[in-house]
Design a protein around this ligand. Structure first.
Ligand SMILES: [Zn+2]
Length: 90
């Protein structure tokens, strides 16, 4: 039986699997005569497997990896006192 992965090892594994799926997927795109670039009829089973792998490990990363901190946006008040819904200008 294999050794259990800790959180950071699992995240690294998931990122590696996603990267590998993207590498494989670049060779599977729509080509001439309605076929995949690999010669299989579309939808290509390899491309579908890559998409499934990417979705699976993105879900793993969502549970295990830290997410990006988002800026806090507070509503601005106009001179009339009403909230200004416009996004802050850059
Ligand atoms: Zn293909």
């Amino acid at each position: 039986m294999g050794k259990a992965l800790d959180r950071s090892a699992l995240a690294a594994y998931a990122k590696a699997r996603i990267r590998a799926a993207h590498d494989i997927q670049q060779w599977h795109h729509p080509d001439r005569f309605g076929l995949c670039a690999c010669g299989r009829p579309r939808p290509c089973t390899v491309a579908a497997a890559c998409l499934t792998t990417i979705a699976r490990y993105q879900a793993t990363l969502a549970l295990t990896d830290t997410t990006m901190p988002m800026p806090t946006i507070t509503p601005r008040k106009t001179t009339s006192g009403a909230a200004d819904d416009r996004p802050p200008s850059a």
